[in-house]
Design a binder for this molecule. Structure first.
Ligand code: CMX
Ligand code: CO
Length: 145
């Protein structure tokens, strides 16, 4: 089941400057930085709030690291701004994606790929989702005690 807004993905030109904007303007100080080579981005996950399913909601700031990445291509047309939304699943994201594919929505990857902080992710085609690139996220399992 999809139980939360996992994150909103925002494309930016200068990751450090944009993180500083979110910190100084809103007070969002819980930040995790990471590079995802496969997705072609350097990113920052700013934690906004815990959610009822044991996970959390984030703002994901993404800066392209390659001109041929999906985000770089999108920014050439649109500049900075909201690039995608991500719903969090409380179960297996592969099952979630299969269920949605069965409703006629194109799922972009045959199998989940690696997302932020060890999560498993897939995407739905924006043209099948009323113009919104939509990501599905299964968070990494709980840390060992
Ligand atoms: N939101 C809404 N519409 C979008 C979009 C977006 N983010 N990206 C592309 N589109 C639209 C385009 O405007 C275009 O529409 P028109 O034909 O009406 O002009 C159409 O989709 C095709 O777009 P394109 O520019 O030709 O781009 P591609 O088809 O090559 O790629 C997509 C589009 C969605 C398949 C590609 O961006 C993709 O694979 N995305 C998933 C991966 C990703 O975005 N990774 C970065 C984030 C990583 C993370 O969240 O961790
Ligand atoms: Co994302």
């Amino acid at each position: 089941m999809l139980t939360r807004i996992d994150h909103i993905g925002i494309a930016c030109r200068d990751l450090d400057a944009t993180v500083e904007f979110y910190r100084s303007t809103y007070g969002f100080t819980d930040v995790h930085f990471e590079v995802n080579e496969e997705q072609g981005v350097r990113e920052a996950m700013l934690k906004i709030n815990e959610t009822g399913d044991g996970a959390a909601s984030y703002i994901q700031l993404i800066e392209p690291i390659r001109d041929d990445s999906a985000v770089a291509k999108w920014m050439q047309k649109n500049g900075e701004g909201v690039h995608h939304i991500a719903f969090g699943s409380d179960g297996d994201v592969a099952d979630e994606a299969a269920g949605i594919a069965g409703k006629g929505v194109r799922v972009l990857y045959d199998a989940p790929r690696r997302g932020s902080m060890g999560s498993r992710i897939n995407f739905l085609h924006p043209k099948d989702c009323h113009g919104v690139l939509t990501e599905l996220v299964q968070k990494a399992g709980p840390d060992p005690a």
